[in-house]
Design a protein around this ligand. Structure first.
Ligand code: GTP
Length: 164
C-alpha cells in the first residue's frame, strides 16, 4: 500500500502560493531550480546574496546538468564548500505572477571550504550555529528563508538526514 502523501501549502514572503512535498519529485522530474541546506562542522553554511541577503546556496540548473549536479556546483560557487554527502529532501512549486518555478531541496554535508576567486552574485560563505527563530522579520535574510519551506525542511532534515 502506498504511504499517504503529504503536501504543505502556504504563501511566501511575496504572497505567492507555495506547495511543498517530501515525495520523490512530485511536480517535475527535471526541476530548473535547486536549494541546498548545508552543514559544515556542526554549523549551517549559508551565503550572502548581494541583493537578497543571507540564504542557503542554490540557483538554476544549467543545460546538460542534473539537478543534483547543479546543487553541488552552486554550493561550490556561492560558498566554496566541497560537498561530501548530498541527499534529496523534497520539492516545491511556487506559483508566481511571472510564472511557475519548481525547486529541489537537498541536504548536504560539506567536507571543506575552498577560497574562491569569485562567489558570483554572493559575498561567499557565512557559518551560523543556528538560524534565528525570527528570521521572517530579520532584514538581513533573503525572502527564500521567509516562508514555511525552511521550517518544514529543517524539521525533515533533523528527523531523516542528520547523523548520516
Ligand atoms: P533571473 O531569471 O536570474 O533574473 O532571476 P529571477 O529571480 O528573476 O528568476 P527566478 O526564475 O530565479 O525566479 C522567478 C521568481 O520565482 C522569483 O522572482 C520569485 O518570486 C520566485 N522564486 C524563485 N525562487 C524562489 C524560492 O526559493 N522561494 C519562493 N518563495 N519564490 C521563489
Amino acid at each position: 500500500m502506498k504511504a499517504v502523501e503529504i503536501m504543505y501549502r502556504f504563501t511566501d514572503y511575496y504572497c505567492n502560493e507555495v506547495t511543498l512535498s517530501f515525495d520523490d519529485h512530485p511536480f517535475s522530474r527535471n526541476p530548473k531550480h535547486v536549494w541546498v541546506i548545508c552543514q559544515y562542522h556542526n554549523k549551517w553554511l549559508l551565503t550572502k546574496h548581494k541583493e537578497r541577503g543571507l540564504e542557503f546556496p542554490g540557483g538554476k540548473v544549467e543545460e546538460n546538468e542534473t539537478a543534483r549536479e547543479a546543487a553541488v556546483r552552486e554550493v561550490k560557487e556561492e560558498t566554496g564548500g566541497v560537498v561530501e554527502f548530498i541527499q534529496y529532501v523534497g520539492q516545491y512549486i511556487v506559483a508566481g505572477k511571472g510564472g511557475t518555478i519548481v525547486k529541489n531541496v537537498y541536504f548536504a554535508e560539506i567536507a571543506e571550504l575552498v577560497v574562491q576567486h569569485t562567489y558570483y552574485e554572493t559575498e561567499g560563505p557565512i557559518r551560523l550555529a543556528c538560524i534565528p527563530w525570527n528570521v521572517r522579520h530579520n532584514k538581513q535574510y533573503s525572502f527564500v528563508m521567509k516562508d514555511d519551506v525552511l521550517k518544514h525542511c529543517m524539521e525533515y532534515i533533523k528527523k531523516e538526514c542528520q547523523g548520516n
